[in-house]
Design a protein around this ligand. Sequence first.
Ligand code: PMP
Ligand code: GLU
Length: 397
Amino acid sequence: MNFSCKAEQIAPSLTLAITAKAKKMKAEGIDVIGFGAGEPDFNTPENIQKAAIEAMKKGLTRYTPASGISELKDAIIKKFKNDNGLSYTQSQIIISTGAKQCLANVFQAILNPGDEVIVPTPYWVSYPELISLADGVPVYVNSGDENNFKYTVEDLKAVLTNKTKAIIINSPNNPTGTIYNKKELQQIAEFCKENDIAIISDEIYEKLIYGNKEHVSIASVSEDAYNRTIVINGVSKSYAMTGWRIGYAAGPEKIIKLMSNIQSHTTSNPNSIAQYAAVEALEGEQETIKFMINEFRNRKDYMVDRINNINSISCINPDGAFYVMIKIDTLLNKNFNGEIIKDSMDFSRLLLECEKVAVIPGDAFGVNNYIRLSYATSMENIKEGLNRIESFINKIK
Ligand code: PMP
Ligand code: GLU
C-alpha cells in the first residue's frame, strides 16, 4: 500500500526522540546525563495541582467549547493586558492542546499550497514540519551568531518573494535564547506591513528571561502589527506544565475562528481539567516562577562560564529560555576513536555512546556546527555532564 507522500516526508521530532532515549537509558540503569530536555525539571506548583483536583471533584470533566472555557479565555485576556499591553476579546482567543497545536492550527488556517513562511535559522525543530504539513514551504533566513542570532530586515528582504505569506518570530528564542528589542521588532513589523505579511509570534519563553532585557510582543509595537500578528503562548514552560498540554493563541478574529473550526474537528477542546488548572497558573500566586528563574539563571551562568573555558568550544550567553548553543566548528572533520566526526549528528551520537551524555544536535535546528544543551536539569548533572563533555573533546584528534 502507498502511504501519504506528505506524511512520509515528515521527520520525527528529534528533541522529543533524544529526550525519550535518554530517559529510557536511565530507566535501564545506565548512568546517562540528559541535556536534551525542553521542559522545566520542576514539578507543577502545588496551587495549580490543587485547582486540577478541585475541577475533577466538581465534575468539570466533560467536553468544553472547542476553543476553550470562558474562564481561561478571561485569564488569558487579563494576562495579555497586564504583561503585554494588548487588548483582546474572547473571540480573538483560542486555547489548544499545547502551543504546538496552536502553531499547527495557524498554519492550516492561513496557508494555501506553495505559500512561503520565513523561518529563522536556527529554528525550533517543529516549525518546518508544521508548515509542510499545511502544504506551505519553509524559507530559511540565517540568523548567525555574528548578530547574536537575530535576523535583520536586510536578511528578510533577501528571501522575500511574491509567495511570502508569513514570518515566524520566536523571542525569547529556542534554541538560542535571543531576545529582540522593541526597535528591532518595529523594523520587522514595518517590513511585514510594507509587504503585507502575517506575523506568527511564538512567545512561549516570555517569562524565562535572566538579564535586564524585557520581553516585548511584536503585536504591541503598532496598530498594524496588532492586526497582522498571531501571538502564540502557553503554560508549558513558565509554569512547569509541559504534560498538561495547554497553549493559547490570540489574533485577528477571522483567523482565530478558522483555527477553532479546524480544532473542533481534530481534537475538540483541550483537556478540561488542565484548562481549569491553567486558570490558576495565570491568576494564582507567581512566586514559584521567580524561584524557577533564579535556579535557571544560576545554572546558565555556571554552564556558560564552564563551556567557554573548555578548549575548542564556545557559546554566547543566552538572554532567555533554558538552552545553550555550543559551537563545535573546530571539532568537525576530526577523528574520535578512528571515526571522523562529520557533523553535529555524529558528534551527539558518539558523545551519547561513549560518555553517556545526551545533547540535541544542531541539525535539529538547521545548524550543523552546533549542539544544544538544556539547563533544565540539576546543577549536579550539569557539572558531571560538562566534565564528561570535556573528557570527550580531549579525545578528539
Ligand atoms: N514553541 C517553542 C519555541 C517551543 O520550544 C515549544 C516547546 N515544545 C513549543 C512551541 C510548544 O510548546 P507546548 O506545545 O508544550 O505548549
Ligand atoms: N520545545 C522543546 C524542545 O525544543 C520540547 C520538545 C518539543 O516539543 O519539540 O526541546
